[in-house]
Design a binder for this molecule. Structure first.
Ligand SMILES: NC(=O)c1ccc[n+]([C@@H]2O[C@H](COP(=O)([O-])OP(=O)(O)OC[C@H]3O[C@@H](n4cnc5c(N)ncnc54)[C@H](OP(=O)(O)O)[C@@H]3O)[C@@H](O)[C@H]2O)c1
Length: 263
């Protein structure tokens, strides 16, 4: 029989996600993939929602091989019907989620003059409407059960213009406002709603920018840590926000950006 040290017990009480169910949109790639892995390794049963089957399956296989509980659900969050279908399919796997992470996002980056209504609509659908609709679907249930964690992933572009922020920056600004509205509604019932704010993170989302060594170096120089973000930099903050430890943290935008936002 293995015994638990007081230190392990203390950490378990604060941070363990044992018995929790998490839904991570965009959990098949980049920041979402790292967050899904962190929550699963901290004990949660994790459902990953994304369109592409290959990457989704790869994440689930990796986590299952590590002894975690994980499953994938195919979902296109680009339409309201798609969001609703994905939500129901995800809730069927391990039950209603205690933790909802909205990491799915798109950044189409046309110059402002060329920003069409189609680009605007597509951006708002995935980056803003899907988190809103998923909150409406799961937030009240979390409140009724007395525990819930909603974690959005916004962007430094919620706070400043950066490489054709266009519709993307607007969607991310609104997403942080959504977190505050949700926090106002559900925090009295044990549901915290917060946003993680990345700076520049080396993921497939910005493959074009990441392929330019001069730009990568210039962006790293704008941080205080001297390097750009990696997806795994979000693991600790996500576990904290998903855990009991963050019960008194709500409505906040927490920058995980190596100091990019204060430099
Ligand atoms: N990387 C950065 O520098 C950075 C900076 C600031 C903010 N962020 C934000 O961080 C979040 C994650 O970005 P990332 O860099 O990790 O991007 P990523 O590697 O491109 O991953 C995006 C994820 O979203 C999913 N997704 C996209 N459209 C979807 C749709 N219509 N329906 C369902 N799933 C969809 C993708 O899967 P499928 O394509 O298979 O559906 C993928 O799993 C995004 O919200 C992004 O805006 C990133």
């Amino acid at each position: 029989m293995t015994s638990t040290t007081p230190q392990q017990g203390y950490l378990t009480d604060l941070f363990s996600l044992d018995g929790r169910v998490a839904m991570v949109t965009g959990g098949s790639s980049g920041i979402g993939r790292a967050v899904a892995g962190a929550l699963a390794r901290a004990g949660a049963s994790v459902v990953v929602v994304a369109r592409g089957e290959e990457q989704r399956t790869a994440v689930v296989e990796e986590l299952t091989a590590d002894g975690c509980r994980a499953a994938g659900v195919a979902g296109d969050l680009g339409s309201r019907a798609g969001v609703r279908a994905a939500a129901e399919a995800a809730a069927e796997v391990f039950g209603e989620p205690d933790i909802l992470v909205n990491s799915a996002g798109i950044n189409l980056r046309p110059p402002m003059d060329e920003l069409t209504e189609d680009v605007w609509d597509a951006t708002m659908a995935v980056n803003l409407e899907a988190p809103f609709l998923l909150g409406q679907r799961f937030g009240p249930g979390m409140a009724e059960r007395g525990f819930g964690r909603i974690i959005h992933i916004s962007s430094q572009q919620a706070h400043r213009a950066f490489v054709s922020s266009g519709a993307y920056g607007v969607s991310k600004g609104a997403l942080e406002s959504l977190a505050r509205s949700q926090a106002e509604a559900w925090s009295p019932y044990g549901v915290t709603c917060n946003t993680l704010v990345p700076g520049f993170v080396m993921t497939p989302l910005n493959a074009r920018l990441s392929a330019d060594p001069e730009k990568v170096a210039a962006l790293a120089a704008r941080t205080l840590t001297g390097r750009n973000g990696l997806a795994r930099d979000f693991a600790g903050a996500a576990v904290f926000l998903a855990s009991r430890a963050s019960a008194y943290v709500t409505g906040q935008s927490i920058h995980v950006d190596g100091g990019f936002s204060v430099h």
